[in-house]
Design a protein around this ligand. Structure first.
Ligand code: COI
Length: 356
């Protein structure tokens, strides 16, 4: 579908829920705005998108995504500046990643320009739902799933693409504690770890539950072959400041999600002259640096998580307590910069914001 051909039929809700929202208490992912965009794929092409009142879906019990997992998604955030303009952070990178997920999961692609335009229109209809408050945003969830009513293993012939949005507060309200995982695996080379596909998250639930029982918020995944290298955390990429250098696992491996927030942090740090290394990070190197007190900062990066400081890291029977999150320099400075940028309080010097 060409960007120019995009006409969207809009059916506005007759019963807005906007007035019932408690804007001071916004749990993450539980409040949904008034509309959603729906676009179906059949007969080998995408049909016309429509924006309709937010509501439930009517699904055949054999809907193939539910059985065989052709299901992908993205996450983005929209914020509002003082002038009331809506700002969306780097949707081009999400569009690109979505495209890559489509290809890996054998699903029909959507051009990056169309993807961005559908996002813009969906958010524009519910622009009153975009919070204009520090620490809050409108979380945007585009997703696609296979809809053939068919039992059998083959790519579906039909799909649904939907975008809905939720006003959200913080995903993590406190610095997080993570445990280095040496048995379970998030992703193996040649698998689907780089795709933002539903099954990756389902597979992480049981190991994450075991870690939770031990008092950790999340796992630090290691590679599937030797459990020798740090990869990412369940909800975010990870970065460590070791001896004044930010080290983050490189994206060369197809086992790591290409995070938009992580990429942005790396670019900001480089611009500010903070040394950054995107490379393989051995568990042994990280643990030794933790033992020597050389890890002065550690944080996760994700759309939902934003920049989430890591307070403690567990490794086997050792527990490393990192420097007090309130006194850290790098994560606080980069986190504040990102927040100000997204809120439109400072100049968009990187040209990262879509504004309307
Ligand atoms: C996101 O950061 O957007 C994600 O999809 C991860 C999930 C924890 C909400």
């Amino acid at each position: 579908m060409l960007h120019d051909e995009l006409t969207i039929k809009i059916t506005p809700t007759t019963a807005s829920r906007l007035d019932s929202v408690d804007w001071d208490k916004l749990p993450f992912g539980k409040v949904f705005s008034d509309h959603m965009l729906v676009m179906d794929y059949f007969n080998g092409e995408w049909q016309k998108p429509e924006i309709v009142p937010f509501g439930t879906l009517d699904l055949h019990p054999a809907t193939s995504a539910i059985h065989y997992g052709q299901s992908i998604f993205e996450g983005m955030k929209a914020t509002k500046n003082e002038k009331g303009e809506v700002l969306i952070f780097r949707p081009d990178l999400n569009a690109k990643r979505f495209h890559e997920s489509c290809e890996r999961m054998c699903m029909p692609t959507i051009s990056e320009a169309t993807f961005i335009e559908l996002i813009r229109k969906t958010v524009d209809v519910d622009r009153d739902w975009v919070p204009a408050k520090d620490g809050f945003a409108l979380y945007i969830r585009p997703y696609m799933f296979a809809t053939d009513d068919f039992i059998g293993i083959k790519p579906s012939d039909t799909y649904k693409f939907i975008i809905f949005t939720c006003p959200v507060g913080a995903y993590y309200t406190q610095p997080v504690n993570v445990k280095i995982e040496e048995y379970y695996t998030r992703a193996a080379q040649g698998g689907v770890g780089r795709a933002k596909t539903a099954g990756n998250y389902a597979a992480s639930l049981y190991p994450a539950k075991l870690a939770k029982d031990e008092g950790f918020d999340q796992l630090l995944w290691t590679d599937a072959v030797e459990h020798k290298y740090i990869e990412e955390s369940g909800t975010m990429n990870v970065l460590f400041e070791i001896d004044g250098v930010i080290v983050t696992p490189s994206e060369d491996s197809d086992t790591i999600l290409r995070g938009v927030t992580k990429r942005s942090i790396v670019e900001i740090a480089k611009k500010w002259g903070i040394p950054v290394q995107e490379r393989k990070l051995q568990v042994a190197e990280l643990v030794e640096a933790l033992r020597q007190g050389q890890v002065t900062d550690a944080f996760g990066a994700g759309t939902a998580a934003t920049l989430a400081q890591i307070a403690k890291i567990g490794y086997r029977d050792e527990l490393f307590v990192l420097p007090d999150p309130k006194t850290r320099v790098t994560s606080l400075k980069i986190g504040a910069y990102l927040n100000d940028l997204k809120a439109g309080k400072i100049e968009d010097e990187f040209g990262w914001l879509l504004r309307f």
